[in-house]
Design a protein around this ligand. Structure first.
Ligand SMILES: [Zn+2]
Ligand SMILES: [Zn+2]
Length: 140
């Protein structure tokens, strides 16, 4: 498990027990909504309120520790900030799958940015559709 206390300090935040716990939960489960995080964290800290957890998540997002993943028509999910990658997002069940960007996709992003005289810093590519499991469910 990563040392989240160090990560928090490196990004200018105090390493509180709650923040470390939120990060541990997200590391374990991947992409999570605030409600999912709340449910897991309160197993350990039953007194924590949803508002407190939400406030901490936003703060950690602002400090580049967490990344928000918008889910079309549903509540956003959050993940640990990592190298730029793509998401396959199922609009049926809300599952988010990571996929590293291919070199080809990268080339296209840089070309398009250059044409626009746009200084590309970060990419988040979200592909929305229906995952394999949900397709099978639909067919049966
Ligand atoms: Zn699905
Ligand atoms: Zn991701």
């Amino acid at each position: 498990m990563r040392d989240f206390a160090v990560l928090l300090k490196e990004n200018g935040l105090k390493a509180t027990f709650q923040r470390v716990n939120i990060l541990e939960v997200i590391e374990k489960h991947g992409h999570m909504s605030v409600e999912d995080i709340y449910e897991e964290v309160t197993k350990v800290h039953p007194s924590l309120s949803l508002a407190t957890i939400y406030k901490n998540i936003i703060l950690m997002q602002e400090n580049a520790i967490l990344t928000e993943v918008p889910i079309a028509g549903k509540k956003s999910k959050y993940e640990l900030a990592k190298a730029d990658h793509m998401h396959f997002i199922c609009t049926e069940c809300g599952t988010v799958e990571d996929k590293m960007c291919l070199d080809q996709t990268d080339v296209i992003f840089h070309q398009l940015s250059e044409e626009k005289h746009f200084k590309l810093k970060q990419r988040q590519v979200n592909l929305y559709g229906i995952c394999e499991k949900c397709q099978i469910k639909e067919a049966s």
